[in-house]
Write a protein that binds this ligand. Structure first.
Ligand code: 9YW
Length: 447
């Protein structure tokens, strides 16, 4: 390790290297999330990958999202993993035991939970990119947007139907993996109440064998809880109503709720353009408004930061992480709260911290106790998260802010390693290298 960054690639070379990562991770059937650590398709990774691929090979980008949506469950859920037949990852499909789930898809094996709803955003971005290209690309992207729209709608409807159980209006998750931020300190309090007891079937982790330094990954104790929640869902037969009723982890996720609000807006824009039914557009408008209110309603009265809500213990979770800035993704909070969040984001507690290699928001503030610069979602910087904030800022007309985040993201990733996540002070790539979604967002920033 050593944390040194000897190389800085010039932009054309960086773009060529990013393109090669996506090509090399292509099994022919899917583009895996990472070469060894993650040999399957992950839901939100696939969305980012499609954005990056749209620059290189639009039909391949389309195929990627079509593969994901072929695995959509019959109730509308888009599963967090679509499995290939590689068995280097644990938990694989046998451990998930979803083959007999009532609402499962036909002919593919998947996990039994979801991930953040960023797919509409990807479709719209692909369309924008295709429109700067040839008339054929443009027509292809439009055909695709039109054909996938109903599936996107039913995915959003699933989140509303099954995952907005409480009066907070926040979209609830039943597993930290659904948040995409697996071991974030956001989940420490609700996980403390998850007790695997002695009924957890034995298992052997595979991730720690691949990532040389196990301290960059979640701990064994965390893994026991992750596996226990799967066991509970398995016992509930993946019946969503029952899962939400019985899971020992049920948390309103403010970051997912914000992404959902803005994704509903995007879906309305696409649906309006492609003549989708007015009643469905009205549903989306109502869902977006409710989600936005929920995000605004979660903001702490002093810090302004948005909060998750433990729906089992019925209390707000005050742990401050990057998710606290969720109102900046979707809007809807009072101007004064928004201004407070923007100046906090710029301050030395976040992007303005003088020690950072690049002003990319870290997953946890370097000034907070418990910040760990090397461990997964407990401190490192994640390029995709940076991309999302940059995308949202551009959409909100904050072009200078968007430009700065893009420059910061490129500074962080110009070593050409395409780390899964980065040590914020040294810029050392951590976890996997040649991570597909990192390559994809770099491509989008560069083009
Ligand atoms: C795991 C694939 C996934 C991401 C998640 C990230 C990680 C998988 O990798 O989870 O087994 O730890 O937390 O957001 O989709 O890149």
């Amino acid at each position: 390790a050593g944390g040194r960054r000897p190389v800085r690639y010039a932009r054309p070379t960086l773009a060529a290297r990013a393109a090669r990562v996506l090509r090399d991770n292509d099994t022919g059937a899917v583009i895996t999330a990472a070469p060894r650590l993650y040999p399957h398709m992950w839901s939100w990774d696939a969305a980012f990958i499609a954005i990056g691929l749209a620059r290189l090979d639009l039909p391949r980008a389309v195929a990627e999202l079509e593969t994901l949506f072929r695995a959509q469950w019959r109730n509308g859920m888009v599963p967090h993993i679509v499995f290939t037949d590689d068995d280097a990852y644990f938990p694989g499909p046998d451990r998930w035991g979803t083959d007999s789930a009532v609402d499962g898809p036909h002919g593919v094996r998947t996990s039994g939970i979801c991930q953040p709803p960023v797919h509409a955003i990807a479709v719209q971005r692909m369309l924008e990119i295709a429109r700067t290209s040839s008339p054929e690309e443009r027509a292809g992207a439009e055909r695709f947007a039109r054909s996938i729209w109903p599936a996107l709608y039913s995915w959003h409807r699933w989140l509303v139907e099954y995952r907005t159980p409480g009066p907070s209006g926040l979209i609830a998750i039943v597993h930290g993996w659904e948040s995409g931020m697996d071991n974030s300190p956001r989940w420490d309090v609700p996980y403390a109440a998850v007790d695997p007891g002695d009924e957890l079937p034995p298992y052997v982790r595979k991730d720690v064998r691949i990532v040389g330094d196990a301290s960059e990954r979640p701990t064994d104790k965390e893994y026991d809880r992750y596996l226990w929640l799967i066991e509970e869902m398995r016992r509930a037969g993946y019946d969503q109503k029952e899962v939400v009723r019985s899971s020992s982890f049920l948390v309103g996720d403010v970051f997912i709720t914000a992404l959902f609000a803005v994704s509903c807006d995007v879906l309305i824009e696409l649906g309006t353009e492609f003549g989708q039914p007015g009643s469905r557009l009205a549903d989306l408008a109502e869902w977006a408004a409710r989600a936005r209110d929920a995000v605004a309603g979660s903001c702490h009265s002093v810090s302004g930061m948005a909060r998750d809500r433990d729906l089992r213990a019925n209390r707000w979770l005050d742990t401050q992480t990057i998710a606290g800035f969720s109102p900046l993704l979707c809007g809807g909070a009072p101007d004064e709260v928004q201004m407070r969040l923007l100046s906090l984001l710029d301050s030395d507690r976040w992007c303005g911290h003088p020690g950072l290699l690049a002003p990319v928001p870290p997953s946890v503030s370097p000034m907070r106790p418990g910040f760990n610069p090397r461990q997964y979602w407990r401190g490192p910087q994640w390029p995709v998260v940076n991309w999302l904030f940059g995308w949202a800022f551009a959409r909100r007309g904050w072009h200078e802010r968007a430009r700065k985040l893009r420059e910061a993201g490129l500074r962080l990733t110009d070593d050409g390693a395409f780390g899964e996540y980065y040590e914020p002070f040294t810029g050392e790539p951590l976890g996997s290298t040649d991570q597909s979604w990192t390559a994809a967002v770099v491509l989008d920033w560069l083009c």
